[in-house]
Ligand binder design. Structure first.
Ligand code: ADP
Length: 479
């Protein structure tokens, strides 16, 4: 089976969120099952620097098209995964965030940048492909790759089957109709059963409409997005296609996220010997300018600071949090209101609350290890990775019962399977109640050890998900 995995980001080099992590880890787990998997993504400057030996292997072309003609370079990761780097400098040779310019706004040509990525993915799954390798299956990820199934649909001859994974339904890739002629889609694609969405062009809808299979990143989220409340305007379409929609729970990269070997940690520890965790906590407290105290729990957040993540509920609690009593550490970037609100809280409670605005991979690891309790009060959460990192790092999470959080965290009320704390309503009061339960449980070392060990010894690896995906690919090929 030849599988092309097409993605707009790839950890550790280009990552804005969970999709980057997935792309960095899932292909390796799929390869381990004997699939010939190759990854396609734009040749961002980080990647050209990382793989200077990448060689040009093809010049994809489509006669009479308006999309520009790029070149494909081939590199291989340390794990032996072939990477096709889509090189078209005027689209992708831009430093920083893959979607946003230095002004924090979307690049104005994102429709072209990601149509080209989608077009090349379809080319690799078609007989126009000039390489000696043709994809049987194209696995697309999020709106940036959503046009791939549409291009495949309109190509002649034998072509790959496609599967699209929705990592977050909130991002849909919506553009004005006026861009349509530049994208090399037939005008007939502009219809309700095509790429048109309420008078706009929707890359994600195109993917959902034309893919042979749709997956999303947890079973709960697969159910939730088919409801009008949580379907972000696409619930009807998803219900219509429910026979090709499945939820496959993400895993985590258990090599990168391993408290017994994590190179970012000053002290290593494991479920068997948790001693190093307290030392990490003291070190983190020092690094963040918090009082070095082992007698109160350290609560932590590593997140995009957005409404999705429910962090406004945490901010609303403000001083009440400080009375729990507990310390609070926050690492994140995002909305100005949340950045300013949390920074003000840190100023009001020096030594007890610390806020770092920015994206800092090393600090994220140290927080997972040094904190006692991890907070994810998300309004919706397709899967969420941080709660799994926390579980593996012996940092029981407090989560709202939604999406992948509901599928991975079991409330401490379950004496056997409990690994964290779960609350229902998206309100500050419900969050506070869960935090009170967590901080009280933390004061009981035996209860706490049990919770920690439960999360640390569960299997969060990608193996299960990889097996599920391979079953799905096989079923598509047999159709
Ligand atoms: P989402 O994809 O919605 O942002 P996830 O929990 O699925 O949420 O994945 C977020 C990923 O991004 C995690 O690996 C998390 O550690 C990382 N992350 C988010 N914000 C930051 C930050 N400010 N610094 C470092 N890592 C971050």
């Amino acid at each position: 089976m030849n599988l092309l995995f097409v993605t707009p980001e790839l950890a550790p080099w280009v990552k804005t969120g969970g999709l980057g992590d997935v792309a960095g880890a899932l292909p390796g787990a799929i390869k381990a099952l004997g699939v010939d998997i190759r990854v396609l993504l734009p040749a961002y400057p980080e990647l050209l620097r990382k793989f200077p030996e990448a060689k040009e292997v093809a010049l994809p072309s489509w006669p009479d098209g308006l999309l520009p003609l790029p070149s494909l370079k081939l590199a291989t990761t340390a794990d032996g995964i072939p990477l096709y780097l889509l090189d078209y400098a005027s689209y992708y040779d831009r430093e920083g965030n893959p979607y946003l310019g230095p002004d924090g706004e979307d690049w104005t040509d994102n429709h072209l940048r990601f149509a080209l990525l989608s077009r090349v993915a379809a080319w690799l799954g078609s007989t126009s492909n000039t390489l000696d390798w043709q994809a049987d299956i194209v696995h697309c990820n999020d709106w940036q790759t959503g046009l791939t199934p549409a291009y495949l649909n309109y190509l002649p001859g034998s072509r790959a089957k496609s599967l699209i994974t929705v990592h977050n339904l909130a991002f849909q890739g919506l553009f004005e109709h006026i861009v349509m002629p530049r994208l090399d889609l037939p005008e007939s694609a502009w219809q309700i059963n095509g790429v048109e969405y309420h008078g706009k062009l929707s890359f994600l809808k195109a993917g959902l409409q034309f893919a042979d299979a749709i997956t999303t990143v947890s079973p709960s989220y697969a159910r939730e997005i088919q409801t009008d409340e949580e379907g972000m305007g696409l619930a009807g379409l998803l219900r219509l296609h429910s026979d090709k929609l499945t939820g496959v729970l993400n895993g985590i990269d258990t090599t990168t996220w391993d408290p017994a070997a994590d190179p970012h940690l000053p002290f290593h520890y494991s479920a068997r010997n948790l001693d190093g965790k307290a030392a990490n906590k003291a070190d983190l407290q020092r690094q963040l300018g918090l009082a070095v105290r082992q007698d109160i729990p350290l609560l932590a957040v590593v997140s995009r600071l957005t409404e999705q993540k429910g962090l406004d509920l945490l901010l609303e609690l403000g001083a009440k949090l400080m009375q729990l009593p507990a310390q609070l550490a926050i690492l994140g970037t995002g909305s100005a209101a949340l950045e300013q609100g949390f920074s003000a809280l840190a100023q009001a409670f020096p030594g007890q609350c610390a806020v770092k605005i920015g994206f800092d991979e090393a600090l994220a690891h140290r927080i997972e290890a040094g904190a006692d309790v991890f907070l994810m009060p998300s309004r919706f959460e397709p899967c969420g990775l941080n709660q799994m990192y926390s579980l593996r790092y012996g940092t029981p999470p407090v989560v709202r019962a939604t999406g992948g959080l509901a599928d991975t965290v079991v409330d401490a009320a379950d004496k056997k399977l409990g690994n964290g704390f779960v609350f229902g309503p998206a309100t500050a009061a419900a969050l506070l109640e869960a935090l009170q339960r967590a901080t009280q449980a933390w004061q009981q070392p035996k209860t706490w050890r049990r919770l920690q060990k439960q999360g640390m010894t569960q299997d969060w690896s990608w193996d299960n998900a990889a097996r599920r995906y391979v079953e799905l690919y096989r079923s598509l090929l047999s159709k």
